[in-house]
Each structure stands twice: as structure tokens, then as C-alpha cells.
Design a protein around this ligand. Sequence first.
Ligand SMILES: Cc1cc2nc3c(=O)[nH]c(=O)nc-3n(C[C@H](O)[C@H](O)[C@H](O)COP(=O)(O)O)c2cc1C
Length: 357
Amino acid sequence: MSLPAWLTERLGLRLLHLADPERAHALSLAALKSGLAPMPLLVTSPRLATALAGLTLPNPIGLAAGYDKNATAIGPLSRAGFGFIEVGAATPLPQPGNPKPRMFRLTEDRAAINRFGFNNDGMEAIATRLAARPRTQVPVGLNLGANKTSDNRAADFAHVLAICGPHIDFATVNVSSPNTENLRDLQGPAALAALLAGVMETRAALARPIPIFLKISPDLTNDELALLAETALAANIDAVIATNTTLSRTGLKSRHAREQGGLSGAPLFEASTRILARLSQLTNGKLPLIGTGGISTADQAYAKIRAGASAVQLYTAMVYQGLSVASRIAKGLDLLLEKDGYSNVTEAIGTDRSRWL
Ligand SMILES: Cc1cc2nc3c(=O)[nH]c(=O)nc-3n(C[C@H](O)[C@H](O)[C@H](O)COP(=O)(O)O)c2cc1C
């Protein structure tokens, strides 16, 4: 007799949470690749199906960067219920990242702190995997990063795009990770404009130009955000992901609260949604936005969409709810849209933005 899928997942999560978080992460990826994890397959409906910067999404719930850093589980992840997935971050050269331990579960806060520091196999190995990836029914993107020891970090982003671009559906410029010293300085207007110009030039040279997204920090001030919005619009990028993890530690209960690194999960929800709503106001529909940070329910995914997001992404909720969270949220969102009389998710974008301003 086999156990029902929900029970298998709950028991699996119990076991994973006995392990060190980085080990648990590796085990969950291994389970995924071995086919042990139950798969809900594609989740879609006429209400959920949407377009994002020219990409066709079966549903607007995406997997955020950092779970599959080395692009080793694209096949199974594409069947996990997500409407799009982002792998990476990839840097030009392989690098080990920061010393362990570098990931912490803040269970009481439904949160995580990580300071991985772009540990990855490097763009060549990742490009080889991406080239060999199975055909998927959902778009697959790559998070672009810079090497810690690079003497031209801005050029690293374009370099990874040039090598991996032919094998992906979108790429994200990640200048918002708090775990590579001074990386966030690249969000300043002059540095960002130059970096994005290089990336857009590289994109234009690809045989199949793909949409370019920019991922931003939740810790930007209003003035910084306004400048960033101007720079992003001027650069003609295709979407902004708001947001990455935060350096804030407000209101945490867990004993790991003082660990260095980026905080993700429930405590990030409000701050990242406020940044999203402000950016939506600043860009006034001219730039699609992807809402990321602290989503663990369909209501929260819906709140991000109504704050101005065209689509959303999540990561930390999987640590606490398992992979089934993607399909649960997608199906729940479908019901919420139906209840409010929308025939497609695009009609709900930004309808409750003022609540967050
Ligand atoms: C362990 C871990 C690793 C991450 N690695 C990356 C990364 O390489 N690149 C990136 O842009 N974001 C990375 N993130 C940030 C997530 O993509 C996401 O923006 C953030 O966690 C907020 O979403 P969440 O609250 O749903 O987790 C990482 C997050 C976690 C928890």
C-alpha cells in the first residue's frame, strides 16, 4: 500500500527538518531528481494562463532563484506546478561561496537566513546542463551573478548571458544579493545604467533575444527606488523582480535572528510588497513587475498581484510546505480570481495598489 502524497510530503519535511538546512536542501533536490517527490504536473486554467514580457505562462506562480543554483533539476521542477522557473545564480567562474554554516531555518518566524554567496558550478558547466535540458512546458530562466573576485563585476553579468543565453527563456540581472560584498552598489543609477547597457547589447547579439529582468533589493529608500525605476525604464529591460532578501531583522523571534545574510520568508512579505506597489506606481504599467518575498498562501500571491505584480515567485515557503505549495497556491489563486469575477489574472493586476502606498 502506498501512502497518500500529502502524507509522504509531510513525513519527508519532518525528516528534512531534522537535518542541517543546507544538507536538507541537497536531500530535497536529490529526492526531486530521483522521482521520490510527488508531482502535481502542469497547473493551468483560462484564468491563470498569462503572458509575461512575451513569455507564455500556464500560471503566474514562479520558482524564485537560488533553489536550483546549478540547473540540475529543471525537468522535475518544471512538472512541480510552477508556471515558470528560475535557476542559478550562475557566475562566470565556479566558486565555492561562503564558509558553512551559511543557511539557517528560522522556524518560529517561518523564515530563512542565507549567506551562500553565489556558490555555483560556473557558467560553462551550467550552460552545458541548460543546453541538454528537456523540453519544458514552462519558461526556464537563469539568474545572473558576478564572481566575488572579479575585477569587472558589471561585465560578469553580460558574460554569463552570452554563454547561457542560447539555452534559456529569460535572464535576471541580480544586483540585489546581500551576500557578495558591495554587489548592491550596482543598483546606483550610473553603475546600473552602464551594467544594463552591456547586458542589453549582449542580449541583442543573441540569435534568439530573450527578455531581461532586473532583481532589486527590498532595502532601497524611496529616492533610490525612484532613480532605479527611471534607469530600468531608460534601459528598456523587460521586467523587474521585487524583491530579493532583506538585511532587516525587525520582529524576529528565532534564535538564529542575528545570523548574517539575507532574510527571506514571512517577515519579508510586507516590505517587499510595499516596494512592489511603489515601483508599480513609479512605472505606471510601463514595466511588468514580478512580486517576490514571503508568499506562502494563495491570498498572499493574490495580494502581490493586486499590488501591481504580473506574476510572482517564491522559495522559502517550500522549506516549510514542500513542493506542493506551488500547485496549492496556483489552484487557490484560480478560485480567488473566480470569486472576484475576473476572467483572467491580468485584470486583477494593481487593483489594490493604494493599500500598500
Ligand atoms: C537559500 C536561498 C538562496 C537564494 N539564492 C538566490 C540567488 O542565487 N539569486 C537570487 O536572485 N536570489 C536568491 N535568493 C532569493 C530568492 O530568490 C527570493 O528573492 C527571496 O528568498 C524572497 O522570496 P521568498 O520569501 O519566497 O523566499 C535565495 C533565497 C534563499 C532562501
